[in-house]
Every structure is written in structure tokens, then in C-alpha cells.
Design a protein around this ligand. Sequence first.
Ligand code: SF4
Length: 213
Amino acid sequence: MGKKNAKLYRNLKRRYQEEGDMEALETARALLKEQQNISLGDRERLYGYIEGGGKVILPEPQPLLTPESKMPGLDGQKMSKSYNNYIGLREEPDSVAQKIRTMQTDPQRVRRTDPGDPEKCPVWEMHKIYSDADTQDWVQHGCRSAGIGCLDCKKPLIDSIVEEQRPLHERAREYENNPDLVHSILQEGREHARDAARDTLEEVRAAMGLHYR
Ligand code: SF4
């Protein structure tokens, strides 16, 4: 973290540990948070160190969520293979279209002339993720006024999903045609994981005073 910040960190640590200065603790936490060039593991260790809890060897994993943390399924529940309400990442375009076309809609909208309520429709949940603001306005207005039919509403959604999946199909093809490449990537990942596990185990043994091999 650089000499100046390291000195500041030590000073803050002393103030907190010797004088119980809570402000120093908060400042030290903020200092660690803004450091760009230290790893997550090092950051956790320094947090543990300043709080007197010793070195944190096994930091608790934190979730990394996208803006939409839950992907709705075809029936409005969480998308899941076990619910059979999913669209595969490499689903063929015809199959995507078929799945969306047969999705449930607002149950109150029985006839084309019945106005609907997007809030009661799983198709709308997907529009919220896949459609731009203009399309979302078009759905909201067209559904509530019965100006559009459900198949009209589903069309831009099908187009967006198929378009999003196109590069995935292309990327997957490269690996499908080259199994050796897949094996070498797996091998490299395995070695990397083994090295990381070995280092962590050594730290755990040292922390527990187990020095045997
Ligand atoms: S128009 Fe769209 S949002 Fe409204 S009920 Fe039909 S599919 Fe659902």
C-alpha cells in the first residue's frame, strides 16, 4: 500500500489497540478499502490484524451479484433446471422462440381485447431485463390498453434473447471443435487450484502450530 499509507495504518492500529480509539479503527478500515493494489486476502488479513483478531486466513466469501441477482424463469419463479422453467445458454433460436411463445401470461387476459396487467405476467419480468425503456413503455401501455396481443409482446423479447445468445453459440463452437484446448484449460485450472490450496493449507497449519508435512 506504499510507505506513507503503511505508516498511517500502523499509527491507526496503535491508536485503536492501545487507546480504544474507534475513530482510528473506522479510518483504518476506510484506508484499507480504498487500496487498489492489495489482494482480497491481504485486505482481510489487515482487517483482522488491526482488530486484534489475528490474521484472517480463510476470508468469508462474499457474493458477486449482477444488477439483476435473480433471473426469472418461464413461469415467473426463479429460473432453474429442476423447475424445468429455464432457457439454456446455448438453446437453439427455434427452441427459445417456442418456449417464450408458450409462456404463461396474465391469467386475467383471456381474450385479445381484454386489458392486462404486466405486473401479473412473467413475460414482463423478462422484459425488465432484456428490453430497453422504449420497449418497456410500449409493453406497459399496449398491455393495459389491450393495444397489443401477447404474441406481439413476446416478439421483441425473443429477438433480444436470441441476439444475446448468438456470441455464446459462436464462442462455444471454438471449444466444441477443439477438445484438446478444453483439456489444457482444465489442466491449467487444476494446477492453479492445487497451488492455491497448498498455500492456504500451509497457512492454516502454521496458524495452528502444526509443522509436520
Ligand atoms: S401483453 Fe405482454 S405483459 Fe401483457 S399479459 Fe400479454 S405477455 Fe404479459
